[in-house]
Ligand binder design. Structure first.
Ligand SMILES: [Zn+2]
Length: 179
Protein backbone atom coordinates (compact mmCIF):
# COMPACT_ATOMS: atom_id res chain seq x y z
CA UNK A 1 0.00 0.00 0.00
CA UNK A 2 1.40 3.40 -0.97
CA UNK A 3 2.28 6.14 1.52
CA UNK A 4 0.05 8.46 -0.52
CA UNK A 5 -3.00 6.25 0.05
CA UNK A 6 -2.25 5.91 3.78
CA UNK A 7 -2.02 9.70 4.00
CA UNK A 8 -5.42 10.01 2.24
CA UNK A 9 -7.02 7.51 4.65
CA UNK A 10 -5.49 9.32 7.65
CA UNK A 11 -6.81 12.62 6.30
CA UNK A 12 -10.30 11.12 5.81
CA UNK A 13 -10.18 9.75 9.37
CA UNK A 14 -9.28 13.20 10.73
CA UNK A 15 -12.11 14.76 8.68
CA UNK A 16 -14.60 12.27 10.21
CA UNK A 17 -13.25 13.05 13.75
CA UNK A 18 -13.47 16.80 13.08
CA UNK A 19 -17.02 16.45 11.76
CA UNK A 20 -18.03 14.45 14.85
CA UNK A 21 -16.40 16.91 17.28
CA UNK A 22 -17.85 19.89 15.45
CA UNK A 23 -14.47 21.26 14.36
CA UNK A 24 -15.55 20.91 10.74
CA UNK A 25 -18.86 21.37 8.97
CA UNK A 26 -20.30 19.09 6.32
CA UNK A 27 -19.88 21.33 3.29
CA UNK A 28 -20.40 20.44 -0.37
CA UNK A 29 -18.89 23.38 -2.26
CA UNK A 30 -19.92 24.52 -5.72
CA UNK A 31 -17.61 24.22 -7.57
CA UNK A 32 -16.38 21.16 -5.69
CA UNK A 33 -13.20 21.51 -3.58
CA UNK A 34 -11.55 18.06 -3.57
CA UNK A 35 -9.06 19.07 -0.88
CA UNK A 36 -11.63 20.57 1.40
CA UNK A 37 -15.10 19.03 0.91
CA UNK A 38 -15.49 16.20 3.48
CA UNK A 39 -17.56 14.01 1.10
CA UNK A 40 -14.83 14.19 -1.57
CA UNK A 41 -11.98 13.59 0.90
CA UNK A 42 -13.74 10.62 2.55
CA UNK A 43 -15.15 9.31 -0.76
CA UNK A 44 -11.78 9.34 -2.57
CA UNK A 45 -9.96 7.59 0.28
CA UNK A 46 -12.69 4.92 0.46
CA UNK A 47 -12.61 4.36 -3.34
CA UNK A 48 -8.83 4.08 -3.44
CA UNK A 49 -8.75 1.89 -0.32
CA UNK A 50 -11.36 -0.39 -1.91
CA UNK A 51 -9.28 -0.72 -5.11
CA UNK A 52 -6.18 -1.45 -3.03
CA UNK A 53 -8.01 -4.13 -1.00
CA UNK A 54 -9.24 -5.83 -4.20
CA UNK A 55 -5.75 -5.70 -5.71
CA UNK A 56 -4.08 -7.07 -2.56
CA UNK A 57 -6.73 -9.78 -2.24
CA UNK A 58 -6.16 -11.01 -5.78
CA UNK A 59 -2.39 -10.98 -5.15
CA UNK A 60 -2.95 -13.14 -2.05
CA UNK A 61 -5.03 -15.55 -4.16
CA UNK A 62 -2.25 -15.66 -6.76
CA UNK A 63 0.35 -16.42 -4.12
CA UNK A 64 -1.83 -19.11 -2.56
CA UNK A 65 -2.42 -20.61 -6.01
CA UNK A 66 1.35 -20.47 -6.53
CA UNK A 67 1.79 -22.79 -3.57
CA UNK A 68 -0.46 -25.33 -5.29
CA UNK A 69 1.38 -25.18 -8.57
CA UNK A 70 4.49 -26.76 -9.91
CA UNK A 71 6.86 -25.53 -12.57
CA UNK A 72 9.48 -26.68 -15.03
CA UNK A 73 12.87 -26.00 -13.44
CA UNK A 74 14.46 -25.60 -16.87
CA UNK A 75 12.16 -23.08 -18.61
CA UNK A 76 10.01 -21.84 -15.70
CA UNK A 77 6.61 -22.73 -17.19
CA UNK A 78 4.15 -23.35 -14.33
CA UNK A 79 1.33 -25.86 -14.01
CA UNK A 80 -1.47 -26.33 -11.46
CA UNK A 81 -0.37 -29.08 -9.12
CA UNK A 82 -3.82 -30.29 -8.09
CA UNK A 83 -5.72 -30.48 -11.41
CA UNK A 84 -6.86 -33.91 -12.61
CA UNK A 85 -4.54 -33.72 -15.62
CA UNK A 86 -1.56 -32.06 -13.87
CA UNK A 87 0.72 -35.08 -14.10
CA UNK A 88 -0.17 -35.52 -17.78
CA UNK A 89 0.53 -31.86 -18.59
CA UNK A 90 3.87 -31.90 -16.78
CA UNK A 91 4.81 -35.18 -18.47
CA UNK A 92 3.94 -33.82 -21.92
CA UNK A 93 5.85 -30.63 -21.20
CA UNK A 94 8.99 -32.48 -20.06
CA UNK A 95 9.06 -34.37 -23.37
CA UNK A 96 8.52 -31.18 -25.39
CA UNK A 97 10.58 -28.66 -23.36
CA UNK A 98 13.69 -27.88 -25.38
CA UNK A 99 15.53 -26.78 -22.22
CA UNK A 100 14.85 -30.04 -20.34
CA UNK A 101 17.71 -32.62 -20.40
CA UNK A 102 15.23 -35.37 -21.38
CA UNK A 103 14.55 -33.54 -24.65
CA UNK A 104 18.26 -33.63 -25.51
CA UNK A 105 18.54 -37.28 -24.44
CA UNK A 106 15.60 -38.20 -26.68
CA UNK A 107 17.29 -36.51 -29.62
CA UNK A 108 20.51 -38.42 -28.92
CA UNK A 109 18.57 -41.69 -28.69
CA UNK A 110 16.82 -40.91 -32.00
CA UNK A 111 20.20 -40.25 -33.63
CA UNK A 112 21.58 -43.52 -32.23
CA UNK A 113 18.50 -45.40 -33.46
CA UNK A 114 19.05 -43.95 -36.94
CA UNK A 115 22.68 -45.05 -36.86
CA UNK A 116 21.62 -48.48 -35.57
CA UNK A 117 19.20 -48.78 -38.49
CA UNK A 118 22.11 -47.93 -40.79
CA UNK A 119 24.21 -50.71 -39.24
CA UNK A 120 21.28 -53.13 -39.58
CA UNK A 121 21.05 -52.34 -43.30
CA UNK A 122 24.83 -52.80 -43.72
CA UNK A 123 24.78 -56.05 -41.70
CA UNK A 124 21.95 -57.46 -43.82
CA UNK A 125 23.86 -56.55 -46.99
CA UNK A 126 27.06 -58.22 -45.71
CA UNK A 127 25.10 -61.30 -44.58
CA UNK A 128 23.52 -61.61 -48.03
CA UNK A 129 26.94 -61.23 -49.68
CA UNK A 130 28.31 -63.94 -47.36
CA UNK A 131 25.44 -66.30 -48.22
CA UNK A 132 26.05 -65.68 -51.95
CA UNK A 133 29.81 -66.29 -51.50
CA UNK A 134 29.12 -69.53 -49.59
CA UNK A 135 26.79 -70.66 -52.34
CA UNK A 136 29.44 -69.89 -55.00
CA UNK A 137 32.04 -71.80 -52.92
CA UNK A 138 29.71 -74.81 -52.64
CA UNK A 139 29.10 -74.77 -56.40
CA UNK A 140 32.85 -74.46 -57.05
CA UNK A 141 33.56 -77.35 -54.66
CA UNK A 142 30.98 -79.51 -56.45
CA UNK A 143 32.55 -78.63 -59.81
CA UNK A 144 36.00 -79.52 -58.47
CA UNK A 145 34.65 -82.86 -57.21
CA UNK A 146 33.08 -83.51 -60.62
CA UNK A 147 36.35 -82.71 -62.33
CA UNK A 148 38.25 -85.03 -59.96
CA UNK A 149 35.66 -87.74 -60.61
CA UNK A 150 35.98 -87.17 -64.33
CA UNK A 151 39.77 -87.23 -64.03
CA UNK A 152 39.64 -90.48 -62.07
CA UNK A 153 37.28 -91.98 -64.64
CA UNK A 154 39.62 -90.94 -67.45
CA UNK A 155 42.57 -92.50 -65.59
CA UNK A 156 40.60 -95.68 -65.09
CA UNK A 157 39.70 -95.76 -68.78
CA UNK A 158 43.29 -95.01 -69.65
CA UNK A 159 44.49 -97.93 -67.50
CA UNK A 160 41.82 -100.20 -69.10
CA UNK A 161 43.02 -99.15 -72.51
CA UNK A 162 46.53 -100.08 -71.44
CA UNK A 163 45.35 -103.22 -69.70
CA UNK A 164 43.12 -104.57 -72.39
CA UNK A 165 45.73 -104.76 -75.21
CA UNK A 166 48.31 -106.25 -72.80
CA UNK A 167 45.86 -108.88 -71.57
CA UNK A 168 44.72 -109.45 -75.10
CA UNK A 169 48.27 -110.02 -76.31
CA UNK A 170 48.86 -112.39 -73.41
CA UNK A 171 45.67 -114.23 -74.22
CA UNK A 172 46.57 -114.41 -77.91
CA UNK A 173 50.04 -115.65 -76.98
CA UNK A 174 48.49 -118.30 -74.72
CA UNK A 175 46.08 -119.37 -77.44
CA UNK A 176 48.86 -119.28 -80.00
CA UNK A 177 51.02 -121.26 -77.61
CA UNK A 178 48.42 -124.00 -77.28
CA UNK A 179 48.00 -124.12 -80.98
ZN1 LIG B 1 10.34 -26.53 -19.57
Amino acid sequence: MSDELIAKIDKAHKVVCDLCSGKRKWIMSIPAQPNDDPDLIIGESLREARAEIISLHSRVEELEAGDRSTYCAYCGQSFPADASDSAELVGEHILACEKHPIFQLRQQVAALEDRNLDYDVKCTKLRNELIAAESRATTAEAQVKELIEAGNEMSRQASYSRWIPEQWAELVAKIGGKQ
